[in-house]
Design a protein around this ligand. Structure first.
Ligand code: HEM
Length: 466
C-alpha cells in the first residue's frame, strides 16, 4: 500500500465533498507575477495570516469544512505563468493540444464544437479554473468576495466567466436519475463514500508518479518532479442537457413499444431513476434496496461479486446502457480493458430542475462535470471516443452510441435492448443528441507543492500544510 502524502494532494482528486454548491471560475492570468503571488497565497498553510482561502487537500478531516477550493491549470496557463520550455514539453501531447485541439476525438463537433462554446472556453486566454465547493450560499459568497479581492488586486487575474452548479432535490442529475453512487476507490486513497465491491484502482491510474493500472508501467511525470508528482489531469465539461428532448424520446418509445416509460429510462442508463441498478433489480425500481447497496453489483460473476447474475448478453442491463459503457466492470470488452479505464467524476448540475409542465422555458440546464484521471488520452478521451461514440468494443452493440452522452445526431442512431428468448434485440430509434458540450478545458491538477513551485515560493517547498 503506497504511503501517499495526503496533505499534498488536491482534495477533489481523492474525495467526494458532497457539498450542495459549486462555483467554477474560468480565469486569465493577466499579470503573471501577481497571478503567481495569488497562487502562492492559496497554499500558504501555517503562514497564512491574511485570511486567504486555502487550497483543500486530501488531509483527513473529522469535520467537513465549510468550503473546499481546488485549482486546475491549462497548458496555456502553465506557459503564461512562466514554466520553462523543457518543462512544458514534458506534458502529454493531448494536454498541450487542450480541449479545443482534441475536440474531434471526443465528439465535440457540430453544435458541440469549440466554435460554439461560451464563457471563453475556446480561448487560449483560459489559464486557470478555480473550483469552489461550499456548504451553503453564505459561505460561497464570502469566499468568492475574498478571492475576488485577492486576484483582482493589481489586475493579477481576469474573470473570463463564472459557472454555478447546485445540488438538485434528491441528488438527482438532470434527466432525473439519482447520481453519486459509483466512483473508483484508489489504492492508498481515502475510504469510499459508498461501499465499493470493485478492485481498488492502482494509485498511478489517478496520481502521477505511482505504478499505473498497466503492469510495470508508470505514466511519465512532467518535469521537474516537484511539479509533476502527485498531480493529475482533469477534463472539465460544461454539458447542456436537452431534458425536453429526452422526455419526448421516452414518450415516443413508450408509445411505439408499449413498454413502461420508467423501464425504458432504466435501460438507457443502467440504473432506475432512483439509482437502483438494473443488475440488482431488473423488473422494477427496487425501492427496498438500501442506498449503500446500490453500487454492489457486477455484470458477470467475478471475484468482486461471485454470485452476480451472468448478464453477458445484457438481458438485465443492456451492453449499450450509459453506466455499462462507461464502466463495463468485469464484462468482456475489446482488449479486456474493462477495469483499466476508470475515471473519477466530480461536479454538480447547473440550472433549475426541468418542469415538464413548462418544457420550453428557454433556460439552459446541464452538468458542470470534471472527469479526472492520470491520462486524459487513455481515460477521458478513450471513454468518449471508443465507449461513448463507437459500438465496436463489445459484441452486439453494432454501431450504436451511448444513449445519454453519445453523439446521436446521426440519422441511424439507435439503442438496442437485448430480450431473452428473442434472436434480435429490440431496437429503439429516434434518439437525438441529448447532451451538448458548451465549453471544455483540459486541466493539470497540481499538488500543493507544485503550486508553491509555480508560484515561485520555492523557499517554502518543505513547509508542511496544516
Ligand atoms: C450530462 C451528462 C451526463 C449525465 C446526465 C450522466 C449521468 C450518469 C448517471 C445518472 C450515472 C449513474 C450514477 C452513478 O453510477 O453514480 C452515471 C454514471 C457514470 N457516468 Fe455519467 N453522465 C454524464 C456524463 C458522463 C461523461 C461525460 C462521462 C465520461 C467521460 C461519464 C461517465 C460515467 C461513469 C464512469 C459512471 C459510473 C459508472 C459505474 O462505475 O458504474 N458520464 N452517469
Amino acid at each position: 500500500m503506497p504511503d501517499l502524502p495526503h496533505p499534498d494532494i488536491q482534495g477533489f482528486i481523492l474525495r467526494t465533498y458532497a457539498m450542495p454548491a459549486l462555483r467554477v471560475f474560468a480565469l486569465k492570468a493577466a499579470q503573471p507575477v501577481a497571478a503567481k503571488k495569488f497562487l502562492g497565497e492559496l497554499v500558504n498553510g501555517a503562514r497564512n495570516t491574511s485570511d486567504a482561502p486555502q487550497l483543500a487537500t486530501a488531509t483527513e478531516w473529522t469535520v467537513k469544512p465549510p468550503y473546499c477550493l481546488n485549482i486546475g491549470l491549462t497548458y496555456s496557463g502553465l506557459a503564461a505563468l512562466g514554466l520553462s520550455a523543457s518543462s512544458l514539453a514534458s506534458f502529454p501531447e493531448e494536454f498541450a493540444a487542450g480541449a479545443v485541439g482534441r475536440a474531434e476525438q471526443v465528439g465535440d463537433i457540430g453544435e458541440s464544437g469549440p466554435e460554439n462554446w461560451k464563457g471563453q472556453f475556446a480561448s487560449t486566454d483560459l489559464h486557470m479554473l478555480l473550483f469552489l465547493f461550499a456548504q451553503d450560499e453564505d459561505v460561497l459568497e464570502k469566499v468568492t468576495t475574498r478571492l475576488r479581492v485577492m486576484y483582482s488586486s493589481s489586475g493579477a487575474i481576469l474573470e473570463l466567466s463564472v459557472h454555478e452548479g447546485r445540488r438538485l432535490p434528491e441528488s438527482k442529475a438532470h434527466f432525473g436519475y439519482r447520481d453519486g453512487f459509483a466512483q473508483p476507490t484508489i489504492e492508498g486513497g481515502l475510504p469510499p463514500a459508498m461501499p465499493d465491491v470493485l478492485p481498488k484502482a492502482p494509485t498511478g491510474e489517478f496520481l502521477l508518479g505511482h505504478p499505473s493500472q498497466y503492469s510495470d508501467f508508470t505514466y511519465p511525470v512532467p518535469i521537474p518532479p516537484v511539479l509533476g508528482e502527485n498531480g493529475s489531469f482533469g477534463a472539465f465539461r460544461l454539458l447542456a442537457q436537452d431534458c425536453h428532448g429526452f422526455e419526448q424520446f421516452l414518450t415516443e418509445a413508450t408509445a411505439k413499444t408499449g413498454l413502461d416509460r420508467e423501464f425504458i429510462a432504466a435501460k438507457l442508463c443502467g440504473r432506475w431513476r432512483n439509482g437502483v441498478p438494473l443488475s440488482l433489480s431488473p423488473d422494477g425500481p427496487g425501492e427496498q434496496i438500501p442506498m449503500e447497496e446500490r453500487n454492489s453489483f457486477d455484470y458477470v460473476p467475478s471475484d468482486s461479486v461471485p454470485g452476480a447474475f451472468d448478464d453477458t448478453r445484457g438481458y438485465r442491463c443492456p451492453l449499450g446502457a450509459h453506466i455499462r459503457r462507461m464502466n463495463p466492470r468485469h464484462s468482456v470488452v475489446a482488449g479486456n480493458s474493462g477495469l483499466k479505464r476508470r475515471i473519477i467524476r466530480r461536479g454538480l448540475p447547473y440550472g433549475p430542475s426541468y418542469d415538464p409542465s413548462n418544457p420550453d422555458d428557454g433556460i439552459e440546464r446541464g452538468l458542470l462535470g470534471l472527469f479526472i484521471g492520470v491520462s486524459l488520452k487513455d481515460q477521458f478521451e478513450f471513454l468518449m471516443s471508443h465507449w461513448a461514440n463507437k459500438g465496436s468494443f463489445a459484441p452486439g452493440l453494432r454501431s450504436t452510441r451511448d444513449p445519454v452522452i453519445g453523439d446521436n445526431s446521426v440519422s441511424d442512431a439507435a439503442f438496442l435492448i437485448p430480450v431473452e428468448g428473442q434472436r434480435r434485440p429490440l431496437e429503439l430509434a429516434g434518439l437525438s443528441r441529448f447532451v451538448t458540450c458548451r465549453g471544455a478545458a483540459y486541466c493539470f491538477l497540481p499538488s500543493a507543492t507544485a503550486i508553491r513551485y509555480i508560484s515561485g515560493l520555492s523557499s517554502s517547498l518543505s513547509s508542511p500544510l496544516p
